[in-house]
Design a protein around this ligand. Structure first.
Ligand SMILES: Nc1ncnc2c1ncn2[C@@H]1O[C@H](COP(=O)(O)OP(=O)(O)OP(=O)(O)O)[C@@H](O)[C@H]1O
Ligand SMILES: [Mg+2]
Length: 253
């Protein structure tokens, strides 16, 4: 075969192969794009429009929730993520009533009414703050959520199944972190601060026990928060990174 013939056969061959490669790559891009569209449509049409991530923190008063949420939010924002920091009782009308109520040292309302008030505030919190932020793709971090009702009103003797029933509307967080401390650590960290009606020593131990029972069922992830701040912070970041990495790889399909 002459050199001229070799060149004249090779050129169209190279062209055909390159063209086939480009088409294959295009097909992969199109398939990936279609998969993403289907994923988002599925979220939209089946009412699962949760584009963001929802993380809740639980633990005794004085366990370090505010401290660790602040540190986590700062870190996530430094990494360019859009984070909403929120808490319960919420800043809404019912939440405001509850916060005034827990600070007052008057005759307590029946525990059932307290549970109903917390559930009503949670519904308000979900509708006003949590769901809209998740739909916009933000990371929502809440200081307390449904498990606080189970632990605190459960510790006051209410039937836990009934409390769950009241809170059925509450969307599930993608991750709930329990900052677990002994009641002694919690009380020593709260020294000098005025206690609310729930921060009575005998209740704290019961609250912790209920939290630990729930953690054994893997509904929340326990971190030993008796440890020094830096160690607890590192463990919190590890859990949150795992959640965010898992999600981004799922979304790429
Ligand atoms: N791992 C830690 N080691 C030592 N001190 C800590 C640790 N975590 C938090 N603290 C300190 O303990 C105190 C109570 O923490 P913080 O106010 O964050 O608790 P909290 O769970 O938000 O309490 P509450 O539910 O009452 O708001 C603060 O003075 C905080 O600096
Ligand atoms: Mg706090």
């Amino acid at each position: 075969m002459t050199t001229l013939m070799k060149v004249s056969i090779k050129t169209p061959l190279v062209f055909i192969i390159t063209h086939a490669q480009v088409r294959a790559r295009d097909r992969i891009y199109r398939a990936q794009h279609l998969a993403k569209v289907i994923y988002h449509c599925r979220l939209h049409f089946f009412g699962m429009e949760r584009l963001g991530k929802f993380i809740a923190f639980e633990g005794l008063d004085g366990s370090g929730k505010s401290t660790h949420i602040k540190a986590l939010c700062m870190k996530l924002r430094q990494n360019g993520l859009d984070v909403i920091q929120t808490s319960e009782p919420s800043q809404g009308r019912i939440g405001k009533f509850i916060r005034e109520y827990v600070e007052r040292r008057e005759i307590r309302l029946p525990t059932e009414i307290e549970a109903l008030l917390f559930a009503a505030d949670r519904l308000d919190h979900v509708k006003r703050i949590i769901e809209p932020a998740l739909k916009m793709g933000k990371i929502v971090i809440s200081d307390r959520y449904t498990h606080s009702s189970l632990a605190y009103q459960g510790a006051e003797g209410l039937n836990i199944e009934w409390i769950k029933e009241l809170n059925k509307f509450a969307i599930k967080p993608d991750l709930t972190i329990l900052l677990d401390v002994t009641s002694e650590t919690a009380l020593s960290r709260m020294k000098g601060r005025r206690k609310t009606i729930f921060e009575v020593d005998k209740i704290q131990q019961k609250v912790r026990n209920i939290y630990l029972q729930i953690a054994r069922r893997r509904e929340l992830v326990k971190i030993d928060a008796n440890l020094p701040f830096q160690e607890v912070h590192a463990n919190v970041c590890l859990l949150v990174n795992n959640l965010l990495e898992k999600t981004s790889s799922e979304e790429c399909i």
